[in-house]
Design a protein around this ligand. Structure first.
Ligand SMILES: Cc1cc2nc3c(=O)[nH]c(=O)nc-3n(C[C@H](O)[C@H](O)[C@H](O)COP(=O)(O)O)c2cc1C
Length: 246
């Protein structure tokens, strides 16, 4: 089974999203999957020009000469793709959106109504990869993923695919460099992510138990808000002091 993660965080390997993806992929690897972790920030992915040449003049191929050329085959030849992105302004990042727009050469331009009575494009390939979404956000509530939940459901529908797992971590700013006191909680969450990766390879779905564990807060909202505000105060003070000394 080939699993490819496309990470749309501008922070790339230094991001909180990466922590989640890395642990999930480690678990998937342990269960026998062939995994690849792609950082979109390291790639040149220009925005779609809206020319439709990829449907008319050069079917299946975008006219823009950039890294999408190498990424499209990786995407379509995967059994599972992971859309990994932090929440930016209640949505995916700009990097991820550019990537998603550039996937249109993978469908046929013609219209047809789907089983739900809504128009979509015809399939160009026999098989499309199943979809997993991995995301984290800065605010502490899981409700901040509302837009992503709907967005990826609709993307799966456009792509003749399905979302087989959604892993959303609110209060994600503590994942990368947690204060000492939180390290055991993050360790436990990472372990859960590895288990999630294994479970997907073994069953192609997550158990109700795992879903509910993934949704649980790591710390209370109050603790997180207190910690976040303290951190912003420290950063503001540091910046003020260095401005004054310079
Ligand atoms: C431009 C921008 C917009 C953001 N918008 C939101 C938002 O709407 N809701 C939220 O909870 N967090 C928001 N965040 C916080 C990020 O989701 C958070 O910092 C996350 O941990 C970044 O993940 P990364 O380290 O993988 O890039 C935003 C951050 C930035 C820089």
């Amino acid at each position: 089974m080939k699993i490819t993660a496309f990470n749309g965080s501008p922070r790339g390997k230094k991001g909180n999203t990466h922590i989640m993806v890395e642990e999930f992929l480690n678990g998937a690897k342990e269960a026998g999957a062939d995994v690849e972790n792609i950082f979109l920030v390291e790639k040149e992915i220009n925005h779609c020009l809206g020319c439709f040449n990829c449907w008319v003049k050069t079917p299946g191929k975008c006219v823009i000469k950039d890294d999408i050329e190498e990424l499209l085959p990786k995407f379509i030849h995967s059994d599972i793709v992971i859309f990994a992105t932090p929440v930016y302004v209640d949505n995916v990042t700009g990097i991820m959106k550019n990537f998603m727009d550039r996937l249109i050469p993978l469908v046929d331009p013609h219209f047809e109504k789907d089983e739900g009575g809504e128009c979509r494009h015809l399939k160009k390939f026999k098989k499309y990869p199943k979809i997993i979404v991995i995301s984290n956000c800065g605010f502490p509530e899981q409700t901040h993923f509302q837009v992503l939940k709907l967005l990826f459901k609709r993307i799966a529908r456009n792509m003749n695919s399905e979302v087989i797992a959604e892993i959303y971590r609110s209060g994600g700013e503590i994942l990368k460099d947690p204060p000492l006191i939180l390290k055991p909680f993050i360790w436990k969450y990472k372990k859960l992510l590895r288990k999630t990766g294994r479970e997907i390879v073994e069953n192609l779905r997550l158990s109700e138990k795992t879903i509910s564990q993934l949704e649980k807060p790591i710390i209370s909202d109050e603790q997180y808000i207190k910690g976040a505000n303290k951190r912003w105060d420290e950063l503001l003070l540091k910046s003020k002091m260095s401005a004054n000394s310079g």
